[in-house]
Design a protein. Sequence first.
Length: 349
Amino acid sequence: MNDTFLKACRGEKVPYTPIWIMRQAGRYLPQYRAVRGRADFLTMCRTPELAAEVTIQPIDILGVDAAILFSDILIPCAAMGQGLEFHEGKGPLLSPAIRDAETVKKLSVPDPEDTMRYVMDTIRLLRKELANRVPLIGFAGAPFTTATYMIEGGTSKNFLNTKRMIFESPELYASFMDKVTSTITEYLKAQISAGAQAVQIFDTWGGIFSPADFREYALSYVQRIIKDLKNWMKSERDETVPIIYFVGETAGLLGEIKTSGADVYGVDWRINIDDALKRLGNDAVVQGNLDPLSMFLPKDKIEVKVKDVLKRASSAKGHIFNLGHGVVPETSPENVIALVEMVHRLSKK
């Protein structure tokens, strides 16, 4: 198996810097759009054969060093009992919005093998079909980021309802987050048991907080998950899997993020990765951090930026190249293929 990604996660020596890309299975690929033309998004997530097919596409097309499970961070919301729909142009819609004690009380902490078995079946199928070509990454949304969608009923610009619950009804927020945190913990355990070889926790909206509020209302729940996962892996499994923690708008929160307990820290593009390392420490393993819209540059200009990221990350204990967020649908596949080739060529020891 090409285990360069896993070695980098552990801070071990690697022959080159591994790369995978957030949303690498997505609408920028014609092959993905062909599958998407046969089924709606949720059907794809809930059909192991379709989810596995689009998960593997970037491995064949791009040559990336890891596969990431095709799914969505909101899948557990439906398992907890909230209605979940996706509409073109509108994004996710969740109902009823979770804003009072009654709606929180109705939510359950589900058994993932019962309510989300299709995700674990996808992982099991992928491990067979990947045939140890590259590692498979599982994932979940962090409790806070997941909660924002459940409280707002979808996406939001200012997270008004979420912050109102936090500040006006802190006990309600805490009881709600206990359920979300327990659900995500069990979900990630199930993914690892099914065969995920690393997991990423996405805290896309964590950056909306001040550092103090981030510690209290977002990070504390992630710390619980990571501690629980590591204790469980140590006692129940022969080996541990790396845990990656990605927070959107990382720059102002790095001092807090380094206390998460994660093995790898995802860094977005709003801070130079060497400046991030000054806060995280050179013994940190980092992932990132090219601006996703840099992919619209000519290839020679992309190469300049790739060199810059690699140089800035050279003092890290370990580095996994990635975009600072997901690849956008309008991106040229040829540029993404070129990006992977550049990272491999320019970082070769």
